[in-house]
Design a protein around this ligand. Structure first.
Ligand code: OOB
Length: 552
C-alpha cells in the first residue's frame, strides 16, 4: 500500500475511527476478497449509471421524470452549491424531507462531497431534531417549507438559534422564509476529492431503547453490498419499478432493496406521497410499479383494498413486508388479494437483513421472517449468559457480518453493552432458526415498543413525561393491538400533592415538548404504585401482562 492509499483508506483521519468503530481489517480483507465490498461509492455509482444510460428515467415524482443523466448533473451542481456554502468532507447535514425527488438530489450531492446525511424522519419534531443537530454538530439542515400544516421553517429557525454549529438551513420548494432555497444553491460543478469506499456514507437512526436515539454509521462499501445482495434476492433488474411508499429516509425503503437498490440496478423509483391505497394504487397502475415495501399495518390495509380495487395493480410482482412481525394469517392473504409474491423482510438499520426467497415454499414465506442476505452473515442464538441454545430453540439473536456495524457513532459506553467483545451486535430480538436456516422472530428482549414498524424507546417518552411538574413517576409499556401489533400505554404516578389530571393533559404535554406524534402515548393511566421485581425495579413485564388482560 502506498502512502496515498493508506490515507485514502481512511480519508477522514484518525477521528473517524474513534467516532465509528470500523470493521477490523482482517474482516475487511475477507469481505473484499469474497467480492462483497466492490470498492464503489454512491457518487461513483450514480455517475456510472448515468454514463451507461443517461436517458433512462431514474425518479418519477408526480409529473416530473428525472433521468439518470439529469440526477447526476443535479447532484454535481448541488454539491458545488453546498461546497460554496462551506460544507466539506465528513461534515454532518441533517436531512428531513418528505417523499420528493429532491431527497435524492440532496443525498447524492452530499455523498459526492463525502458529507454525511443524518436521516431524520418527517415525523420528527423539536426534541429529536435538536438532538440530531447538536449531537452530530451538524453544519446544515435540509427541510421542506410546510407539510400537513406544520411549518418546518419555524422549527429550523428555533434550532438554528440553539445549535451553534448549524450555519445553514436549506428549504426544498415554496418559500424559504429567512432560510436559503435549495433551488438557489446550485452552481457550476467543481472538482471534488470525494470519499473513499471505506469511508462513512451517512448516519442512520436506530430504533432505540435508550433515552436518545443512537446513530448508525454506514460506509459506502458495506451499504452498497446490502443493496446488490438485496437486488439479487428480490429479483431487481433495470426493468424494475420501485414505489417509495414508506418514508424515503428509513432504512427499509432506502435499501431493502429500496430506492438505492433500484438505482444500483439502473431501475426506476416512483415517489409516493402517502402510503394509503387511494394514493398508491393509481400510481402503481400509471407507472407500472413492480415492487414495493410496506410495514404490516399498511400491508393489511392494502390487502383489504386489493380485493375490490378498480385500479389495475397487476404489474406488482413483489410486496416486501417487514419492520415488525407480520402475522401468519395476514401473510396468507397477501398473494390472493394482491396477485403478487410476498417477501418477508426482517432487517435493522444496524445491518443484518433477512428475506424469504421468492422461490421459497409458500409455507416458508408465510411462517418465517427469512434468512440473511450473505453467506458471511454470522448468526448466533444465545441464552441470557451468551451460551448458544440448542438448534431450533429460541434465544437472543447476535450477528456479525459484511454490512453490520461494529459500534454506534460516538457512543463508546453504549457500544460496550450493545456489542460482544468479538464484535457481534446484540439485536435485542428473540428468534429461533428453522432447519432451513430461516429465522422466526419470537419476541424482543430490548425495552422498545414496535408500533406498526415505528420504533419507540420508552425511556425517551418517560423522560419527557417526568418533566411534567405534577408527575412523580412514569412507566411506558406496549399493549398488544390487532392492527398496529403494539400500542403505547403510559402508567403515571402523580405527586402526592397534585390535583387529579386527565390523560389528555399528559398527551398534550408530550406533544408540546416537540416529540414525533407516533411517540405520544396512545393511552395514559394513573396509578398509585408500580409492580416491582424481586430486587425492587419496576416490573414492566407485570405491567404489560396487566395491560394486555381482557377488559384492561
Ligand atoms: C427495520 O429497521 P429498524 O432499524 O427500524 O428496526 C429494527 C428492528 C429489529 O431489530 C426488530 O426488532 C424489528 O425492527 N423488526 C422486525 C421485523 N423487521 C424488523 N420484527 C419482526 N419481524 C420483522 N419482519 O425495521 C428494517 C430495516 C430494513 C428492512 C426492514 C426493516
Amino acid at each position: 500500500m502506498t502512502k496515498t492509499d493508506s490515507l485514502r483508506a481512511d480519508s477522514f483521519g484518525a477521528d473517524s475511527r474513534r467516532d465509528a468503530p470500523p470493521i477490523p481489517e482482517v474482516f475487511a480483507e475477507r469481505y473484499r476478497a469474497a467480492g462483497y465490498w466492490r470498492g464503489e461509492t454512491f457518487g461513483g455509482m450514480l455517475r456510472e449509471r448515468a454514463d451507461a444510460h443517461p436517458a433512462r428515467v431514474a425518479i418519477t415524482d408526480g409529473d416530473r421524470n428525472w433521468t439518470y443523466g439529469e440526477l447526476d448533473v443535479r447532484a454535481d451542481q448541488l454539491a458545488a452549491g453546498f461546497i460554496a456554502r462551506g460544507i466539506t468532507k465528513g461534515d454532518r447535514v441533517v436531512v428531513q424531507l418528505p417523499n420528493v425527488a429532491e431527497f435524492f438530489e440532496v443525498i447524492f450531492a452530499l455523498f459526492r462531497i463525502g458529507a454525511l446525511p443524518v436521516f431524520a424522519l418527517p415525523a420528527h419534531r423539536e426534541t429529536e431534531i435538536h438532538y440530531f443537530c447538536e449531537f452530530t454538530e451538524a453544519v446544515a439542515y435540509v427541510i421542506p417549507d410546510r407539510v400537513g400544516g406544520f411549518d418546518h421553517r419555524d422549527l429550523a429557525s428555533k434550532i438554528r438559534a440553539e445549535v451553534p454549529t448549524l450555519r445553514d438551513v436549506f428549504v426544498v420548494g415554496g418559500d424559504p422564509g429567512e432560510h436559503t432555497a435549495l433551488a438557489d444553491l446550485p452552481s457550476e460543478p467543481v472538482e471534488i476529492d470525494g470519499p473513499a469506499p471505506s469511508d462513512l456514507a451517512f448516519l442512520q437512526l436506530s430504533g432505540g431503547s435508550t433515552g436518545v436515539p443512537k446513530l448508525i454509521p454506514r460506509t459506502h462499501d458495506d451499504y452498497m453490498y446490502s443493496l446488490w445482495g438485496s437486488n439479487q434476492i428480490c429479483g431487481v433488474t433495470e426493468d424494475s419499478v420501485f414505489l417509495v411508499a414508506l418514508p424515503a429516509a428509513h432504512n427499509f425503503p432506502l435499501s431493502s432493496p429500496g430506492s438505492l437498490g433500484l438505482f444500483y440496478a439502473g431501475g426506476r423509483v416512483v415517489m409516493c406521497p402517502q402510503p394509503d391505497p387511494d394514493t398508491a394504487f393509481p400510481l402503481i397502475e400509471r407507472e407500472r410499479v413492480t415492487i414495493t415495501g410496506l410495514v404490516p399495518p399498511l400491508a393489511l390495509v392494502w390487502t383489504d383494498a386489493g380485493r375490490t380495487t378498480p385500479y389495475d395493480i397487476s404489474s406488482l410482482d413483489v410486496l416486501l413486508v417487514g419492520g415488525a412481525k407480520f402475522s401468519e394469517s395476514a401473510a396468507r392473504r397477501v398473494a390472493p388479494a394482491l396477485g403478487c409474491t410476498l417477501q418477508q423482510v426482517f432487517g435493522m438499520a444496524e445491518g443484518l437483513v433477512n428475506y424469504t426467497r421468492l422461490d421459497d415454499p409458500a409455507e416458508t414465506i408465510v411462517t418465517t421472517q427469512g434468512r440473511p442476505i450473505s453467506p458471511d452473515d454470522e448468526i448466533r442464538i444465545v441464552d441470557d449468559l451468551d451460551q448458544d441454545v440448542p438448534d431450533g430453540e429460541a434465544g437472543h439473536l447476535l450477528t456479525r457480518g459484511p454490512y453490520t456495524i461494529r459500534g454506534y457513532w460516538r457512543a463508546p459506553e453504549h457500544n460496550a453493552r450493545s456489542f460482544t467483545a468479538d464484535g457481534f451486535y446484540r439485536t435485542g430480538d428473540i428468534v429461533r432458526r428453522t432447519p432451513t436456516g430461516h429465522l422466526v422472530v419470537e419476541g424482543r428482549a430490548k425495552d422498545q415498543i414496535n408500533r406498526g414498524g415505528e420504533k419507540i424507546a420508552p425511556e425517551e417518552v418517560e423522560n419527557i413525561i417526568l418533566a411534567h411538574p405534577h408527575v412523580h413517576d412514569v412507566s411506558v409499556v406496549a399493549v398488544p393491538d390487532e392492527y398496529l401489533g403494539e400500542r403505547t400505554l403510559a402508567y403515571v404516578i402523580l405527586r402526592a400533592d397534585a390535583e387529579p389530571l386527565k390523560p389528555v393533559v399528559i398527551k398534550k404535554f408530550v406533544r408540546e415538548r416537540g416529540l414525533a406524534a407516533y411517540k405520544v402515548p396512545d393511552r395514559v393511566e394513573f396509578v398509585t404504585a408500580f409492580p416491582q421485581t424481586g430486587i425492587g425495579k419496576i416490573s414492566k413485564k407485570d405491567q404489560r401482562t396487566t395491560a394486555a388482560a381482557p377488559g384492561a
